[in-house]
Design a protein around this ligand. Structure first.
Ligand SMILES: [Zn+2]
Length: 260
């Protein structure tokens, strides 16, 4: 494990190492460090906080992947087709360089809950660049068609037949899907929409997540699988992008690649 940054008082951050059980704060370097590893006296408040957050995060990661499994086994989804997609998807996705991460099915997605039997395919493209996103979607659709049969077509992406992988695509796709109640469709969700927000939770290292939680807990926010929740349980900025959330937390924006 790499070192973890824990927010101290004011705008200071301390480096905590949970392997060596060290912290860069004064309390640790002048006093606590003289106690043995394993002794409670060795723990400064930052070490204690890091231990609690890491434990909690491990439990959260587990429960969120359980939720996704539940979604995939929903009785209104064609299980034979799901098994086929699960086998086919890695073949297509691994052949496309522009995809950092993808997930199949997620109950937290706006269009996947209780509406229609939709199997969302959530994609995080390497570049938030329109042309790259367009070609990424084309590659996925073409790749799946080759392996198919899947009921997918590029003209589904927008009413004028052009590729618009942005918010409007999501709207158009969802309307299409609503019109085909009996058909299981793959719904690509791209950067710029909800996934940007959700990915805060799913695409970062334990160290990075620990730092986020350390910061947000001082603002009475709780990080959950569906995003940050305020004290009264509301989701923070449901429509915000990740960079807007970073702004709110007082952090400079960190690119996905640098969160590991
Ligand atoms: Zn400390």
């Amino acid at each position: 494990m790499k070192t973890i940054e824990i927010k101290g008082s004011k705008d200071k951050y301390y480096e905590v190492d949970l392997n060596l059980m060290t912290c860069s704060c004064r309390d640790f370097t002048y006093r606590k460090c003289h106690h043995e590893i394993g002794s409670l006296e060795r723990l400064c408040k930052h070490l204690k906080e890091a231990i609690i957050i890491v434990d909690k995060l491990k439990a959260l990661h587990f429960s969120s992947s359980e939720e996704r499994m539940d979604y995939l086994t929903r009785s209104d989804l064609d299980q034979g087709l799901i098994e086929k997609i699960k086998t086919d998807l890695p073949k297509v996705m691994d052949s496309i360089d522009d995809i950092i991460l993808y997930r199949l099915g997620d109950i937290s997605m706006k269009y996947s809950v209780g509406r229609v039997p939709v199997l969302p395919l959530i994609i995080l493209p390497a570049y938030d660049d329109r042309s790259v996103r367009c070609s990424t979607v084309s590659s996925i659709i073409n790749g799946l068609k080759e392996i198919g049969p899947y009921d997918l077509s590029i003209s589904d992406m927008s009413s004028d037949g052009s590729m618009k992988p942005d918010r409007s695509v999501i709207e158009i796709l969802s309307k299409k899907v609503v019109g085909h109640l009996s058909t299981l469709r793959i719904l690509p969700i791209l950067a710029g929409y909800n996934f940007d927000y959700k990915s805060l939770f799913y695409t970062s290292s334990l160290e990075f997540m620990t730092k986020l939680i350390s910061i947000s807990s001082r603002m009475d926010l709780e990080l959950t699988g569906s995003g940050f929740r305020t004290e009264n349980g509301d989701l923070l900025g449901e429509e915000w992008t990740e960079s807007e959330i970073f702004d709110y937390l007082g952090l400079p924006y960190v690119d996905h690649d640098d969160r590991w």
